[in-house]
Design a protein around this ligand. Structure first.
Ligand SMILES: Nc1ncnc2c1ncn2[C@@H]1O[C@H](COP(=O)(O)OP(=O)(O)OP(=O)(O)O)[C@@H](O)[C@H]1O
Length: 457
């Protein structure tokens, strides 16, 4: 089957030439987008296999911004750009593209780059499949929800499975792992997306008000009930209700919730009339519900009803692969909100973020980036203020910035390339010792120390 390619390029003539050339070479060009917004729509509609990305595009977002979203969706991309200044290249490198072609280029150069990229992608996917036989090839894109390979990607695939169904979902995870965001995503992905999404935080309500909040009350139902009140279930009719901190629900309310799940009907407090409701329930908790069932504070029958499709959100410390994409997502979000032009995060800061344990999970990361965007003076985030106990690259020798080699690694690579240039010859005219301008004995001892055998290259 032909590989589908989306061209993201704002110069129409360049894009059109590319289209003709790629079509002639046997690719299927599924669209040309001149801005990130148009690219997003085409990606959703056409599901391309590859994206060719120009950097400067129409609108405020660049190809690099889109690249970070593509990482979240596990979509492979290559840059085609005339922009080669050092800062841009640093930002490009951080997105780990499958290739970069400087404009203008020859057709054959681009086709070769694509061939190599396809080969690399196949090898990587082969490895990924060998590691996880059941993992489907691609992850659904949910606007504003970041989850990269090895990170939240598996959860995202489960979301795609459950969202269109009517099933109740139970989301489990520590505070700040994104339970509410994911519940919203399930709603957005369902047939109910045009109907209300109603959030109830069961922990934030006084116990005596929970039932009236959820199911409503008639005037005079209890002291102080001066008017009829429509409860959250009625407000959510046709849509989804998200019951956060479900473990906090008192026993009486649990019985009534069970009834909604079984009979799909409610009664307002102070009324004996039943009202039919059509509401999908998504519940969440950061507690261990099984333990609550065991000690009798949570009803077993309700637990079974809710636990039809559990989704466990891993803590951020267990999915550090997601940190760079999340951090960039929040950087973009807050630089727009603060009307600043922050386009990146330095590798040293990314390393610091990776070394930290994130007890407050994504919410903590979001707040940190928000503060850092506010205080940043240049176009990059160059420092972050993590809590004192956090490991920093300065104090933690393990945490070296991504992409920075140690001196030993550099020395080893340098010697190897010199040996290669001299076809493995060390000693004498045209040998690596002469090339490196060191005595041959010195080079031999360095090779021994670095584990480089003669004839290695
Ligand atoms: N995968 C994600 N991608 C991008 N942003 C996310 C993601 N998950 C969560 N967020 C953001 O992180 C913040 C915290 O998420 P959320 O409120 O959903 O967490 P929670 O688990 O419901 O927390 P709590 O248990 O304290 O209620 C929100 O601003 C949310 O938009």
């Amino acid at each position: 089957m032909k590989d589908k390619i989306l061209i993201v390029e704002d110069e129409f003539i360049v894009a059109n030439d590319l289209r003709i050339m790629l079509t002639d070479a046997g690719y299927q060009v599924v669209g040309i987008a001149s801005s990130v917004e148009k690219a997003r729509a085409l990606i959703l509609a056409q599901q391309p296999d590859w994206i060719l990305l120009d950097i400067i595009l129409r609108g405020s977002l660049t190809g690099i911004d889109l690249a970070w979203e593509l990482i979240g969706q596990q979509l492979p991309f290559l840059y085609i750009s005339a922009n080669t200044n050092q800062r841009t290249l640093e930002a490009v490198k951080a997105t780990q593209p499958y290739g970069f072609m400087v404009k203008p280029f020859r057709d054959t150069d681009l086709l070769v780059m694509l061939e190599i990229a396809k080969y690399r992608r196949n090898v990587e996917q082969g490895l990924a499949n060998a590691n996880a036989h059941t993992r489907p090839a691609s992850t659904p894109h949910i606007e504003g929800v970041i989850g990269t390979a090895g990170g939240l990607a598996a959860v995202m695939q489960r979301i795609a499975v459950v969202a269109p169904a009517e099933t109740s979902v139970l989301i489990l995870g520590e505070s700040g792992t994104g339970k509410e965001r994911i519940a919203h995503a399930i709603h957005e992905f369902s047939d109910r997306s045009k109907m209300p999404f109603v959030v109830v935080n069961c922990a934030a309500l006084p116990v005596n008000l929970i039932e009236s909040e959820l199911f409503g009350h008639e005037r005079g139902a209890f002291t102080g009930a001066n008017n009829r009140r429509i409860g959250k279930f009625e407000q959510a009719n046709g849509g989804t209700i998200f019951l956060d901190e479900i473990g906090e629900l008192p026993q009486d309310a649990q019985v009534k919730l069970l009834r909604v799940l079984q009979e799909k009907e409610i009664e307002r407090l102070g009324s004996s009339q039943t009202i039919k409701v059509n509401v999908r329930i998504i519940a969440a908790t950061n507690r261990n519900l099984e333990r609550e069932v065991a000690d009798g504070s949570f009803r077993l029958d309700l637990y079974y009803r809710l636990n039809v499709f559990p989704l466990v959100l891993p803590p951020l410390r267990n999915r550090k692969e997601d940190i760079p994409a999340l951090a960039m997502h929040f950087t973009r979000k807050y630089s727009v909100a603060c009307k600043k032009m922050i386009t990146g995060i330095t590798p040293a800061v990314l390393a610091q973020l990776a070394a930290y344990d994130w007890p407050g999970n994504i919410r903590e990361l979001e707040h940190l980036i928000e503060r850092s965007v506010l205080t940043a003076t240049g176009i990059e985030i160059t420092k972050v203020e993590l809590p004192q106990s956090a490991a920093s690259p300065v104090t933690d020798p393990e945490a070296k910035p991504a992409g920075i080699q140690t001196l030993v690694e550099v020395e080893r690579a340098h010697i190897l390339s010199a040996l290669k240039a001299c076809q493995g010859r060390v000693y004498g005219p045209g040998g690596a010792a002469e090339l490196l301008d060191v005595p041959a004995t010195t080079l031999y001892s360095k090779m021994k120390r670095l584990g480089i055998k003669q004839g290695y290259v």
